[in-house]
Each structure stands twice: as structure tokens, then as C-alpha cells.
Design a protein around this ligand. Structure first.
Ligand code: XMP
Length: 506
């Protein structure tokens, strides 16, 4: 595997994605928590950073822990840090070095830059630049404004590049990553979803033996794929629970339950609608609603898991982005962690935790799901928030409002599917607003609710653009909603991007 040392760059996860796309396993570790260098680790990549190596408390790593032992690639800050630590000089750039540039390659060894075109386009994004390099550094590429665009240290497999091969604007970045990971580090490209499934099932069998595992499923991709893996490893010793919180999409509870049964999972559906509606009664603050839903869920799950005798493990669909220790480059506080007070937790939380997907990115989870033969309609589903429709009904929640929103949402989502637009958007849903507006129907004046349709395009939900859906589609959906859903007389479309807006309205 490849170890990526994170200095806090927004692009660190992209580096990991690029390495994984080469079918090579890699892990991200914070710069101040370098793990033991095992023989498995074939190379180290130092990420970029929002900091400057000239800052007094600049994030730092002792290069001797890995340099000359395994190949090293410093990207941007990583390259500058190595240059500075080994006797070179880094200064603020005269002009901002940002955007596309052309590489002029002068790489005698032709190792890191092998196979790149003579004037490869790369993406620059840095405020500092390397101005002098130690004697044993060889410049292997320059651009018009950056002399030390890439270097190699003589007699060792240590490289630095001041551009970002991991972003798509570096058009041959993939070739560079391949050169480093496969050629220079010698990693075998055998980390595929098939090998992941095989190895994970084998290691789950060893780990879990004859123990019983309980898992809450949500109908979402992650928990479904995680449960399928555990199920294939231990069969009926996996006990799944699917809770109807009354805040799901129309008919979703039954559909999801049916598909879980169809997949052969040992699943119990729990109708807890009334408990959730009771817990939400009168609450209008979004965070208060989230807390009430979280607590109600824990109560239901605790009660249900007690009904399973002798359960030892809690299975979870946690994925890699949730567990990557985030780097705070603002000092040592990054290493201080608060410890949970285990005494006050519900019983199921005291179980040992098994998280088979905690090394995977979202698209890798989908690939694994495909390998496992999970229904593509489950794998291709839009993300849906845990608190469900409760955070799409602005203001207080009543079963009547939920019913209205379910109808409207079903028309919108059904329309997206009918018009083949469902997979064009990353997420879609409808907000029921706490306003009424005047309308006319026949000769009557109406005074009814307004709904806002929301559809976004995105990669990971961190940023998003509103989806430019066709007017004809919006017209049809709007008509359908107003004609068919009693209580709604106006439909609006949300044209805000994130940031500054968010995807949900609460
Ligand atoms: P925002 O609204 O922050 O949403 O742009 C980003 C993504 O997160 C989802 N989301 C939630 N998911 N519990 C969840 O499980 C929540 O409380 C929650 N709030 C927002 C949202 O649907 C989108 O995919």
C-alpha cells in the first residue's frame, strides 16, 4: 500500500482517490501521526497544505522516518517542505502561481515523468515557491514561471512536484501517479472490488466466528452493502433491524423491507412511526428535531437489540471519509481527542463494532455492491438524510404534513425517473414551506401551502450546483403536483448553489 501523509490540503482525498483508481490500496494519515513503517508500505506521498513552510508553526514531519527507505513523492507543500528541510529555500512567489501551466520536462532518468507529453498541462495552486535547491536535487521539469516544477534527489527515489497531479486539470496526472505508484514503488495493481469482497468476507469470518451481530439498516447504499458483506460471511447470525420512523419517502418502508427480504437478509421491520411523531410534536428548531429523532432511534434500536440473545457485535456502514482523521493545521490540539463516557451509553453501543466499509470511498462502496450482485436501483439511489422528511418540513411536524410531502416528493422523484433525469442529478427532494399563498381554482380562491423543489448536481455533497432541469419537465411536475395534491397550490424551484446555500433547507 501507499501511505499518504496529510498536511491539511483540500486535495488530499483526491490523491487517495487517484491511487485507488490504479487498483492500489492507500491510507491517509495525519502528518503528526506517522504510523510504523511496515513492509506493506511501498511508498509515501506528502500532501499539499493551506500552510506555508515559512510559518513558524508549519506542520512538519521527520523525513528520516521513511526517506531512502521507501520512495517518496512530495506534492506542492510536501515538495516545498522537503526542499526546505534538506537545505533549499522557499519564498513567497512574486506572482500568484495558480491555474493551468505547461511543463517543460527535462527528466534524464525518465521515471516519474515517463510517458508524459513534452508540454503536459498541469494545475498549479501555491503561494510559495522553491527558489534554491540543495546540490543533490535535480530539476526534472519547469514551467514558464516555476523553475522547480519537479525535482528528483540524486541517488534516491525521492521526488517533489509543485503542481497537483491529482486534479483533473493536470491532464496527464494519472500517468504520473501510475509512474510513481506502480513503477517506482512497485505496487501490484491488484486491489479490486472482487479482491476486496473476497478478503473482507474471509476476514469477517475469522473475526466474527460464531458471534451474533446486530445492524440497523436505512435502505441507503452504505448500510445495505455493509450488511450484505456481513451476511455473506456469517449468514443468519446477522440480525438486521429496519425502523419505520414515519419520515421516509412514500411507500419506501415496504419497498425497502421487501428488497431486503428478497436478498435473503434476516431482517425485522419495526413500525415506530408514532414514537417518532410523538417525540417531534411541537418542535420547530431543526437541531431540536434532529436530536429528538436521534434519541428516538436509539431508544427503538436499544429495545430491539435487547430482544436478540447473546449479541456481541454492532455492524455499521461507516465509510472512509467519515473516519479519516481530519488534520487541523492550527497546532497540537489536533491530536487531543475527547473520550466518550462509556458508562452513560445505551447497551448496544457497548457492543464491539464491526465496520467492513471503513476503508472505502463512496464510489468504491457502489462498486463492491455491484460485485456482490446488489440490485442496481438500491445502489444508484440518491442520498437521503437520516432525519428524513422531518428536515424538509420547515416548522413543526405532523403526520398530515408528512403525508402531503410524501405525495409531492413521489411526483417529483417519479417525474425525474420518467424523464430519465434521476441519474443526472446527485440528490433531489422537496421542501414543504411554512407559508401559505393565495391561488384560484375554478371560481374559488384558495389559501394553501407552497412547496420548493430542490435538485442538485454534486460530487460529494460538500459543494453543489442547482440542477438545470428542463422547463418542460418542471412545468409537467408543477402541474401534476398542484392538480393531484390537495393542500398545495404553488410550486417553486430552488436555484441556489452550495455554498452559500445548503442542499437541505434545515
Ligand atoms: P447540506 O444540507 O448540509 O447537506 O448541504 C449535505 C448532505 O447531507 C445530508 N444531510 C444529512 N444527512 N443527517 C443525515 O444523515 C442530517 O441531519 C443531515 N443533514 C443534511 C443532505 O441530505 C445532503 O446529502
Amino acid at each position: 500500500q501507499i501511505l499518504i501523509l496529510d498536511f491539511g490540503s483540500q486535495y488530499t482525498q483526491l490523491i487517495a482517490r487517484r491511487v485507488r483508481e490504479l487498483n492500489v490500496y492507500c491510507e491517509i494519515h495525519p502528518y503528526n501521526n506517522f504510523p510504523e513503517l511496515t513492509p506493506n508500505i511501498k511508498g509515501v506521498i506528502l500532501s499539499g497544505s493551506p500552510c506555508s513552510v515559512r510559518d513558524e508553526d508549519a506542520p512538519y514531519v521527520d523525513l528520516e522516518k521513511f526517506r531512502k527507505i521507501v520512495p517518496v513523492l512530495g506534492v506542492c507543500y510536501g515538495a516545498q517542505l522537503m526542499a526546505q528541510l534538506l537545505g533549499g529555500e522557499v519564498k513567497a512567489s512574486q506572482h500568484r502561481e495558480y491555474g493551468r501551466a505547461r511543463l517543460e520536462i527535462d527528466d534524464e532518468d525518465s521515471s516519474l515523468l515517463a510517458g508524459l507529453s513534452a508540454t503536459s498541462q498541469v494545475w498549479m495552486s501555491h503561494g510559495d515557491t522553491i527558489v534554491t535547491i540543495p546540490d543533490n536535487f535535480n530539476i526534472i521539469a519547469s514551467t514558464e514561471s516555476v523553475k522547480v516544477a519537479a525535482y528528483k534527489i540524486a541517488d534516491e527515489l525521492t521526488y517533489g512536484i509543485q503542481f497537483h497531479p491529482e486534479v483533473t486539470h493536470s491532464t496527464e496526472g494519472k500517468q504520473l501517479m501510475y509512474n510513481f505508484v506502480a513503477k517506482i514503488c512497485g505496487c501490484k495493481q491488484d486491489w479490486t472490488s472482487e479482491s476486496f469482497v473476497e478478503q473482507t468476507i474471509a476476514s469477517l469470518r475469522t473475526k466474527l466466528g460464531n458471534d451474533r451481530v446486530v445492524m440497523a439498516l436505512s435502505g441507503g447504499v452504505d448500510s445495505t452493502v455493509a450488511a450484505t458483506l456481513v451476511h455473506q460471511a456469517i449468514g443468519a447470525n446477522l440480525f438486521c433491524i429496519f425502523v419505520d420512523n414515519g419520515l421516509l419517502r412514500k411507500d419506501e418502508y415496504q419497498q425497502v423491507l421487501d428488497s431486503y427480504l428478497h436478498m435473503g437478509l434476516n431482517i425485522k421491520g419495526v413500525d415506530a412511526k408514532d414514537l417518532f411523531y410523538g417525540a417531534l410534536e411541537g418542535l420547530t428548531d431543526p437541531e431540536a428535531k434532529r436530536k429528538a429523532i436521534g434519541k428516538a432511534f436509539i431508544d427503538v434500536f436499544d429495545q430491539e437489540s435487547h430482544l436478540i440473545e447473546d449479541v456481541k457485535w454492532l455492524g455499521q456502514g461507516t465509510i472512509y471519509p467519515d473516519v479519516i482523521e481530519s488534520v487541523s493545521v492550527k497546532g497540537p490540539s489536533a491530536t487531543i481527542k475527547s473520550h466518550h463516557n462509556v458508562g452513560g451509553l445505551p447497551d448496544f453501543m457497548k457492543l464491539k463494532v464491526v465496520e467492513p466499509l471503513n476503508t472505502l470511498f463512496k464510489d468504491e462502496v457502489r462498486a463492491v455492491g455491484k460485485t456482490l450482485g446488489i440490485d442496481p436501483t438500491i445502489l444508484g439511489r440518491h442520498p437521503f438524510p437520516g432525519p428524513g422528511l422531518a428536515i424538509r418540513i420547515l416548522g413543526d411536524i405532523t403526520p398530515e404534513k408528512v403525508a402531503i410531502l410524501q405525495e409531492v416528493d413521489a411526483i417529483f422523484i417519479g417525474g425525474l425517473r420518467k424523464w430519465n433525469l434521476y441519474h443526472e442529478v446527485w440528490q433531489a427532494g422537496v421542501m414543504l414551506l411554512p407559508v401559505k399563498s393565495v391561488g384560484v381554482m375554478g371560481d374559488e380562491r384558495t389559501y394553501e401551502s407552497v412547496v420548493a423543489l430542490r435538485a442538485v448536481t454534486s460530487i460529494d455533497g460538500m459543494t453543489a450546483d442547482w440542477a438545470h432541469l428542463p422547463y418542460d419537465f418542471l412545468a409537467e411536475v408543477s402541474n401534476d403536483i398542484i392538480n393531484r395534491v390537495k393542500g398545495v397550490n404553488r410550486v417553486v424551484y430552488d436555484i441556489s448553489s452550495k455554498p452559500p446555500a445548503t442542499i437541505e433547507w434545515e
